[in-house]
Ligand binder design. Sequence first.
Ligand code: HEM
Length: 176
Amino acid sequence: MSSAREDHVTFYDAVGGEEAFVRLVRRFYEGVADDPVLRPLYPEEDLGPAEERLRLFLIQYWGGPRTYTERRGHPRLRMRHTPFRIGARERDHWLAHMRAAIDDLVLPESLDQRLWEYMVYAAHSMVNVPEESGQAAQVVDPTSISVRGAGTAAEGEGGGAGEDDDGDEPIRVSLK
Ligand code: HEM
């Protein structure tokens, strides 16, 4: 159970332990507090408890004490975010505050990069509404719907989208 072997420094230790995560998450929530897109998503008036949860999660994730799970159980982060509408806009605001918070830590480049790449990946995985602001199905008139081809929003993901079908042409479904 000893995680502090001399030849193995956790990322948590390398960035400066608890103090670094306190600073990181405090700075992040200072940004959220003034953000008109993100602030309304947070159910509690006091952002303090949310700040603590994110801090404990990140500390645990990066190899520090496992207090998060002791208090909250398994993280299941995607599931815990489903009550909140998170689209590309929310994700990008979240990431902008996180970028500013990481900048403030002034870490060695390799640590900065690792932390940032994780945040970018994690934030993308938290998105729970379709790209392009939920316009996948458009009601054209009350008796038919028009569905955009699947290829348009899939840029770079999964590969092989598009094929020979001209996916851009809407598929018209008559409801008559
Ligand atoms: C992509 C944009 C994101 C938005 C808009 C967002 C928003 C929220 C909101 C509104 C809450 C509820 C506040 C609370 O009561 O705790 C929350 C909780 C939380 N978020 Fe996010 N989040 C995002 C991404 C992330 C990412 C990338 C992580 C991890 C790296 C994360 C980790 C957490 C954690 C640990 C909690 C507390 C979970 C719990 O124990 O209940 N979030 N988030």
